[in-house]
Design a protein around this ligand. Sequence first.
Ligand code: GDP
Ligand code: IMO
Ligand code: MG
Length: 423
Amino acid sequence: MKVDVLLGLQWGDEGKGKVVDVLTPRYDVVARFQGGPNAGHTLEFDGKKYVLRSIPSGVFQNDKMNLIGNGVVLDPVLFMDEAEALCQGGIDLKRSLKLSKKAHLILPTHRLLDAANERAKGDAKIGTTGKGIGPTYTDKTSRNGVRLGDIFENFGEKYTEARNRHIARLEALGAKPDEEELAKLEERWMKAVEYLKEYDIIDGEFAVNDALAEGKSVLCEGAQGTMLDVDFGSYPFVTSSNTVCAGACTGLGIAPNKIGDVFGIFKAYCTRVGSGPFPTELFDETGKKIRDLGHEYGAVTGRERRCGWIDLIALRYAIMVNGVTKLIMMKSDVLDDFPTIKACVAYKVDGKETDRFPYSIDADRVEPVYVELPGWQTPMSEMTSESQFPKEFNDYIAFLEKELSTPIAIVSVGPDRKQTIER
Ligand code: GDP
Ligand code: IMO
Ligand code: MG
């Protein structure tokens, strides 16, 4: 059996959670492979809305195994909050969810370090989600991390060594934590670590490969997006993990030759939250209109998302580094009443036109080149089949498929599970 991967092609918030939930009935296993509670994946069905941060979006379908892979960083407190809410809602999470022993833990001091690092950067701050993501991955790669599997052996020692090292670093940054406040955070954190012990903490790489050997199918759920990948994104304004398809291999223990379809998901326009360059960003009324109509506010932080036109240079690049086989277009309904739509088809870099994604996309070096297309000016959110698509929308799809040399397999016309059209 092959493993399919679903991942974001832009700067995150493309609608990954919604589509994973829609596709889950076709799979036996749904697995998260990177990121942590910086993610906010929104699902809507039966008139209810759910936001998942660390838990895979397959948990709402019965009889599926959901796995938090070794590539994920886990905050026990946020996990407990998220898990308890799901359990109270009737989800049998303790049966369906497994966690990899090799996932790294986000300590309370990692979050303090995240804030202190951002403060130290001043105007150059990344605009992180403040969840301790960067410091936790830093500890992982510098071989100082604390892993989920450690909670069963010499945990106190490992924890204390890490938190003392963090406190020394915080002091150097002029951000020595208040002892009483830290003690409170730690008490809650330790309680949450005990809660974690109620779950199956396993060798995730064996679980996935055993499932494949038994003929089971696996869907990997990405977090963030390709433009936030630590290698290929708009560095240094990125997250600290590999959000690209290769991250599914390292974040779960899946061999590259096991990868089947790679679903690349994008919005019919583009958004970004946090700092960093964004060539097609709109600062005018059109940008505001997209934000209002698309409810473009962060699921985790509530921050306004920056909005702009679709960027085909960035998308083509993302398709290349991920090996995308099928595209999924989200939120096309948000553009329903626009008389015209723009798409960036080239960049002018230092005055010279290129269709290649350059090393730097800083605003003072890159100018987007647009084509203008007619809008469809037809409400689409009630549509249930491709046959109902207006001509201009079909033309938009045909234009994108040609520019991106990849088929668009699914079109989403609203936040609900049901507002999903397969082609
Ligand atoms: P994720 O992080 O990639 O899972 O995406 P988010 O959940 O952070 O952001 C996507 C937002 O768009 C959520 O509020 C979804 O409910 C919403 N959404 C998803 N698909 C559609 C769509 O096709 N149309 C509209 N209008 N909203 C959508
Ligand atoms: P989902 O999975 C959008 C952004 C932050 C910041 C940068 C680094 O919901 O698509 P971090 O906290 O990871 O160190 O922040 O990355 N960011 C996201 N933006 N969606 C996300 O996740 C994001 N996760 C992180 O805003 O710019
Ligand atoms: Mg999100």
